[in-house]
Design a protein around this ligand. Structure first.
Ligand code: KG4
Ligand code: ZN
Length: 425
């Protein structure tokens, strides 16, 4: 821990690096909550012409951008040299192997040269801890924050120490409902059986030729769409009449749906919904209509978005009630979706359960969330690979004593496991 001036408690400052997909990101985070810097170099423009992330292009671009991004993150945080920090954290999976390697190798090099401990972070655990960051502390918070109700409320408090917490992770590659029993202690309740929610947004946007990335494109198109013109299925849900589940008319004018009974109660499935959109488009064309005509595409986008949100909110609400959780957190790229945020906010406000969604700039991939997860992991998870850090910070000293000096450099960039499988269930 760094010594500070009299009157201030020592803080643990971590440099975090994230290159799991198409964002080159670096941040400095203090005590897992305070964002001292947060730099993200987006590759969206580069991949737009391919309609999706082109892995080889992504890893080459990371190589070009990473050094500048890290230097800028250090400069923003007024860190003159890496040695002033307490640890280096890096995403080591899941993600694209070629992209992960760039961040992991730089982090290894920095750790080796500076003698600082290296903390490998599961990308999904990063998304979880995006809810524990104080958005207000970020240099870019005011300009990047969404301005919606949740982001404004967040400025006075992020996720709390109240457990169990229910976490809905919705990103481009994952859709998981996780019961968080304490810091770094997870139980997987359900996950997608096929496509992730973000993947479904991206694929439907491609079908409708709305652009890339698909989530924001669908949301934008849906704003001028009528979600009631077409009815799309709510996969792994059944019709229901419980009024407390019904968000107000503006959010969901359709009949309430409830999760199915049985083993798939907390699981998701979005590939059939995407096929339903394709079938609807084919049917419209057979009837002589143009499915990609601006208003029709907007109506399809709105119907699709509402179907996804109904499922996500319905299942999250059901799990929250079943497990008696004390707070609910939504995270991952799809948590930037305005309708999802409004629908979840309305439901959980009605039943008086605290809901947290990160501000928009922390929903999609960033390194601040990796720094936050690293802090909590080194503080709460007694794992061999974190032993060196534990020793520095007084936690897990026994494991630290048994660790060989190179233990913490052994990273597995090929890890592509869900959050819970790679830790304890
Ligand atoms: O978490 P993330 O940045 O990367 C992964 O870990 O996958 O999530 C990216 C996903 C993409 O599928 C993107 O289309 C989706 O998040 N996304 C959205 C929105 N913004 C990003 N989906 C729906 N509505 C949005 N506003
Ligand atoms: Zn992500």
């Amino acid at each position: 821990m760094r010594s500070t001036n009299a009157g201030r408690s020592p803080e643990c400052r971590i440099l975090a690096i994230e290159t799991s997909c198409d964002e080159t990101a670096a941040a400095v985070v203090a005590d897992g909550r305070h964002i001292l810097s947060n730099r993200v170099a987006s590759q969206i423009e580069l991949h737009r012409r391919f309609g999706g992330v082109y892995p080889e292009v992504a890893s080459r671009q990371h190589v070009l951008a990473i050094q500048t991004v890290v230097e800028e993150a250090l400069a923003d945080a007024a860190v003159a040299h890496v040695r002033e920090l307490d640890a280096i954290a890096v995403t080591n999976g899941p993600g694209l192997a070629g992209s992960l390697l760039v961040g992991v190798n730089l982090a290894k090099g920095l750790a080796f040269a500076s003698g600082l401990p290296l903390i490998p972070v599961n990308h999904l655990e990063g998304h979880v801890y995006s809810n524990w960051l104080y958005p207000d502390s970020s240099p870019g918070a005011e300009s990047s924050a969404s301005g919606d109700g949740i982001a404004r409320k967040q400025r006075s408090g992020s996720a709390s120490e109240q457990f169990p917490a229910l976490i809905l992770i919705v990103s481009g590659g994952h859709t998981e409902l996780v019961l968080m029993e304490g810091h770094c202690r997870y139980r997987l309740l359900g996950a997608t059986l096929d496509d992730a929610a973000g993947e479904a947004f991206d694929k439907v946007a491609r079908l409708l030729e709305l652009g890339y990335p698909g989530g924001p494109a669908i949301q934008a198109a849906a704003e001028s769409g009528d979600a009631r013109r077409f009815h799309l299925p709510r996969p792994l849900m059944r019709p229901g009449r419980r009024t407390e589940r019904q968000p107000d008319a503006q959010v969901s004018p359709l009949p309430t749906v409830l999760p199915v009974h049985g083993e798939h109660r907390f699981n998701f499935s979005f590939s059939g919904l995407k096929t339903a959109v394709l079938n609807l488009m084919r049917q419209l064309e057979r009837e002589g209509a143009e499915a990609r005509q601006t208003q029709t595409a907007a109506d399809i986008a709105a119907a699709f978005q509402m179907a996804v949100v109904d499922v996500l909110v319905g299942k999250t609400a059901d799990a929250a009630a079943e497990f008696g959780v004390k707070q609910v957190c939504i995270c991952g790229g799809v948590s930037a979706n305005g309708l999802l945020r409004r629908a979840a906010e309305q439901h959980f406000a009605k039943i008086g359960l605290p809901l947290h969604c990160p501000p928009l700039f922390l929903c999609t991939d960033n390194a601040a969330m990796i720094g936050a997860a690293a802090y909590y992991r080194q503080s709460y998870a007694p794992a061999r690979q974190h032993a060196a850090t534990g020793q520095r910070n007084g936690h897990d000293a026994e494991a630290a004593a048994q660790a060989t000096p190179r233990d913490f450099l052994d990273l597995d960039v090929y890890a592509s496991l869900p959050l819970v499988d790679s830790m304890q269930r």
